[in-house]
Write a protein that binds this ligand. Structure first.
Ligand code: FE2
Length: 242
């Protein structure tokens, strides 16, 4: 009985079916179609990183860590979102996630010189349902850095998961390895299988932005919107790009 209840009334599961249906019936731009098919998309346009003063985020005395994050100030966040909007990034985001969007976990992520196999350094999906992360590369392309690992198409195949172990996977040979170049804008659905053991020790940094939609069938809905907003520090996307 619990099994049936879980299947029929779990919003995260229903929303996966709902999204797949919407992807099927509505016209989407070629960029969004690629995102739908693969689970990630790399924009042709580069982000002009020189419009930001990034020193305070990426200058470290030493890189003696696997990963470190620095929260982005609201002023810089507005500059970033405004520019991304003018490059047409949110047109794709809205076609993929819907129009009622929240953003949170906006940080500069730097990978350091330590290796790791723990937690998020294992292939996994984020168990949040359909959700996008945007990475803007702040380092030059270097095949000795840790790439973004992504299993193409896996975001469409995962419908069921109950516990943490269900969200962890083994490394597979066919993972895409995405090595961004300075200013590259990479978008990926965190519902697909991503990440892998950090074996590379050359530092690199990205701007990392998280975007999720809210609504009746979504993980974030009227019943938990207040709590999630406080917990995650959500900002409405439209307020950042006005
Ligand atoms: Fe993740």
């Amino acid at each position: 009985m619990n099994f049936i209840r879980y299947k029929l009334f779990n919003r995260r599961i229903i929303s996966q079916y709902y999204y797949n249906f919407l992807d099927y019936i509505y016209f989407k731009s070629p960029e969004t179609q690629k995102l739908i098919k693969k689970g990630f998309y790399i924009f042709e346009d580069l982000f002009p990183v020189e419009i930001l003063d990034l020193k305070k985020y990426i200058d470290y005395k030493n890189f003696d860590f696997a990963a470190d994050r620095k929260r982005i100030s609201l002023t810089d966040l507005k500059t970033i979102y405004y520019k991304l909007n003018s490059l047409g990034v949110f047109k794709v985001v809205k076609e993929y996630l819907g129009k009622d969007l929240l953003t949170y976990d906006n940080t500069i992520l730097t990978l350091g010189t330590k290796k790791s196999k723990d937690g998020s350094w294992q292939p996994h999906h984020d168990s949040k349902g359909r959700r996008l992360k945007i990475y803007i590369w702040l380092s030059n392309k270097n095949l000795n850095t840790h790439p973004l690992f992504y299993k193409k198409g896996s975001h469409r195949n995962i419908i069921n998961w109950k516990k943490y172990e269900d969200t962890r996977f083994k490394y597979e040979e066919d993972f895409e390895k995405i090595y961004g170049n300075l200013g590259n804008i990479v978008m990926f659905d965190t519902h697909g299988i991503h990440s892998s053991h950090k074996e590379n020790i050359v530092p690199r940094s990205v701007i990392e932005l998280t975007i999720e939609s809210k609504g009746f069938l979504k993980r974030i809905n009227n019943t938990n919107l207040k709590d999630e907003t406080i917990k995650l520090g959500c900002i409405e996307l439209d307020k950042l790009i006005d």
